[in-house]
Design a protein around this ligand. Structure first.
Ligand SMILES: [Zn+2]
Length: 210
């Protein structure tokens, strides 16, 4: 689904709004291009395991980056994308359960699940895990609170697929991935593919023997 991500550890951020800065690892070019999320990072990129920082101020830059994430999500034929997946370690995710309808776009800043109900096991995939799918148990219904890009506090009750999307994306913001939640049988069935992804990740950074 996504493009190939290569593993380069994100370097330490600097400055007062450092938590809002894009990753400056090898996936971003210097200067203007550094702002563009050029691709979706793949497992086992280490930034996917980091808890994202709380966003303290919704600047125009935050809004621009959320827009770029939505574009990238549509391009990858996904329904949700979390900031850490583009190397941005903050509490922000974008979703659209009906990608053909832009009016259903959701941008969540600092989202928190406040109430849950029921449980359901269903098949799930992730843009950071190309060709990996597995069964995952999720809450069937939930209440989520977040800030929108205008800084308004928002609350919604979600069910079914949308509830699953909230849980999946909020997991990303806390460094949790689908492989942590898969049923033992699914986990076993994707083991070989995970090894492939780990190999793909190591290969590009291997330096020639001198
Ligand atoms: Zn995901």
């Amino acid at each position: 689904m996504g493009l190939i991500g290569k593993s380069r550890a994100a370097r330490k951020r600097r400055g007062p709004f450092a938590e809002l800065a894009w990753g400056r690892g090898g996936r971003y070019n210097a200067g203007e291009a550094a702002r563009k999320p050029v691709e979706i990072l793949h497992y086992p990129h280490p930034i996917l395991r980091k808890k994202g920082a709380i966003i303290r101020e919704i600047t125009p830059e935050v809004a621009d980056r959320a827009r770029e994430m939505l574009e990238l999500m549509y391009e990858a034929k996904g329904v949700g994308l979390a900031a850490p997946q583009v190397g941005w370690s903050v509490q922000l995710c974008v979703m659209n359960p009906a990608p053909e309808d832009p009016s259903r776009e959701i941008v969540c800043v600092n989202p928190v699940i406040t109430d849950t109900e029921g449980e359901e096991v269903a098949d799930e995939g992730c843009l950071s895990f190309p060709d990996v799918r597995g069964n995952i148990s999720r809450f069937l219904k939930l209440t989520c609170r977040w800030y929108d890009l205008q800084g308004r506090r928002t609350e919604a009750v979600a069910e079914g697929l949308l509830a699953r999307m909230f849980q999946h994306e909020i997991d990303h913001l806390n460094g949790r991935l689908i492989i942590d939640r898969m049923t033992p049988a699914s986990r076993l069935s994707v083991r070989g593919r995970l090894k492939d992804l780990e190999r793909e990740c190591r290969a590009p950074s291997r330096s020639p023997v001198r």
